[in-house]
Design a protein around this ligand. Structure first.
Ligand code: C5P
Length: 289
């Protein structure tokens, strides 16, 4: 399942259910976690790869996805899950959501659940779980789970700078509420400039309108990210933006060659814990075997 970056993220008011109203544009990039699901006597979860701090019990969203799907199918959740992680943990790229989505897809095959049932179950698990089922680029409304695909003709080339520590999504949303306490006017929710730029197919046009309402909150929680964003722009990114609730920083580049050069420059300067080069959009819900 692919990771995501939000090309546009407007955070609206808090709803009665405690979630914020969002208008966002999700974009799937080719950084993947893999989930293997094998019938077993009981539910278990094994993690491999970049898994620092990831729980391997019912705290893990993939575990909860298996339990929810089994109850929907009327079977016991007797499956051994193995997750091979490449998406940064607590990085603002929805890795946990991608794992949960992949678990739904893999277990649906085992338990004969129609794929049409999966988006509603995904939305129950989390605001970002429905998108990796769909992949590509999509407008997200509601709390992020109401999706409309946005066709794109050209690929976008990215460099991601990973941070040393994660940021909890809930904490980023609490911080934006704190920062907005003094504001009287409700925030505007409008992805139109980004959607118009996507139709041109030009990375320069997209770079000019990348927007993330959660960025000031992420910069308050992790002030060093301002240096990361500056370094990316200094070394040739068209634009840099915090990915989702952070702390991963996403840099849009003019082409694949520029992305490779930028990643090398950031590595040489020791910016971030690691860098990843990726492109999007990439499809969601890929079942292998
Ligand atoms: O839905 P998910 O579990 O990914 O959300 C994690 C946390 O992020 C929520 O508990 C909530 O605090 C915050 N959130 C929010 N509004 C959204 C999505 C997430 O306040 N639309």
């Amino acid at each position: 399942m692919p990771a995501k970056v939000n090309l546009h993220l407007d955070v609206g008011p808090v709803r009665p259910d405690g979630f914020h109203e969002l208008v966002t544009v999700f974009h799937a990039v080719d950084l993947f976690d893999e989930v293997l699901a094998t019938p077993a006597p009981a539910l278990s979860l094994t993690l491999r790869g970049d898994v620092d701090g990831v729980p391997s019990d019912a705290q893990n969203l993939a575990w909860r996805a298996a339990v929810l799907l089994a109850s929907h199918a009327g079977v016991r959740p007797d499956v051994a899950l193995e997750i091979i992680k490449a998406i940064p943990v607590a990085g603002g790229m929805a890795g946990g959501s991608a794992d949960a989505a992949a678990t739904l897809v893999a277990c649906a095959t085992l338990w004969n659940v129609p794929s049409a049932d999966l988006p509603a179950l995904a939305a129950e698990l989390g605001s970002d779980v429905a998108f990796p089922l769909l992949g590509g680029t999509a407008l997200g409304t509601g709390r992020g789970e109401v999706l409309t695909s946005v066709p794109m003709t050209e690929a976008l080339h990215w460099v991601f700078a990973l941070a040393d520590h994660g940021i909890s999504t809930a904490e980023a949303f609490r911080e934006i509420d704190r920062q907005r306490e003094a504001e009287a006017a409700p925030p505007a929710l409008d992805a139109e400039p980004l959607l118009t730029a996507l139709r041109t197919g030009s990375p320069q046009a997209v770079a000019a309108v990348l927007h993330n309402d959660l960025q000031p909150a992420a910069l308050t929680l992790a002030p060093a990210l301002a240096d990361t964003l500056r370094a990316g722009e200094k070394h040739g990114a068209l634009a840099g933006i915090v990915s989702g609730s952070g702390p991963t920083c996403a840099f849009l580049c003019a082409d694949a060659d520029d992305a490779m050069k930028l990643a090398a420059a950031l590595r040489a300067e020791g910016v971030g814990r690691a860098t990843r080069v990726a492109s999007g959009p990439t499809p969601g819900a890929t079942r292998v075997g």
